[in-house]
Design a protein around this ligand. Structure first.
Ligand code: AMP
Length: 195
């Protein structure tokens, strides 16, 4: 089973992707996590991405598409399927993904938008930063109110046009991302188990 979770930064995609993995074995593929790992490792991709990520902007499509194309070719993803979190983020990325799927003879089983309101996002990101500090971890360089505002503008301008791209083709489903976490999980399970 191959899934996409769509929604603005902080809407809970990562949390729900982890739960979908537990229940269905699908592998969460977070381009944000992959890029952060590349930055930490100092790879060429990481060098290209670092400043862009810190500014809350989007890493170029060809770089991100390359990262995803490589990852989905690996055996665990081929065997267990995937849940994309944070990709695609532009219509060009969505089109590249469609091409990748077609080439492999795979399909996207569910493309699910998590609907949330923007005020809630600020509160969530703030909570995520505080919890990380309390646990002794390092807060993400882009998890602060100022960068979040930019990331939300970028979402509106560059990522939201993906929604009509999928909706027009009758491929878009949605859940209420404002519901309690367990309820969101139940809504997602309802979608993926209906086939
Ligand atoms: P995330 O962890 O999904 O919030 O992503 C963190 C940052 O990584 C974003 O603000 C972007 O700078 C970059 N990024 C992650 N995924 C993508 C993508 N699909 N396209 C472009 N940039 C991305």
């Amino acid at each position: 089973m191959n899934l996409i979770l769509l929604g603005p930064p902080g809407c809970g995609k990562g949390t729900q992707a982890a739960r979908l993995k537990e229940k269905y074995g699908v592998i969460p593929l977070s381009t944000g996590d992959m890029l952060r790992a590349a930055v930490a490792a100092g790879t060429d991709v990481g060098k290209k991405a670092k400043a862009i990520m810190e500014a809350g902007q989007l890493v170029p499509d060809d770089v991100v598409v390359g990262v995803i194309a490589e990852r989905i070719g690996q055996p665990d993803v081929q065997k267990q399927g995937f849940v994309l979190d944070g990709f695609p983020r532009t219509v060009a990325q969505a089109k590249s993904l469609d091409q990748m799927m077609e080439k492999r003879g795979w399909k996207l089983d569910h493309i699910i938008e998590m609907k949330v309101d923007e005020q809630a996002l600020f509160a969530r990101i703030d909570k995520r930063a505080r919890e990380t500090v309390a646990a002794g971890g390092a807060v993400r360089a882009d998890d602060n109110a100022e960068t979040l505002k930019k990331r939300i503008v970028v979402y509106r301008e560059q990522t939201q046009p993906i929604l009509p791209y999928y909706a027009k083709a009758g491929r878009l489903e949605s859940v209420d991302g404002m519901a309690p976490i367990d309820d969101v999980t139940k809504q997602l399970e309802g979608i993926v188990t209906k086939g």
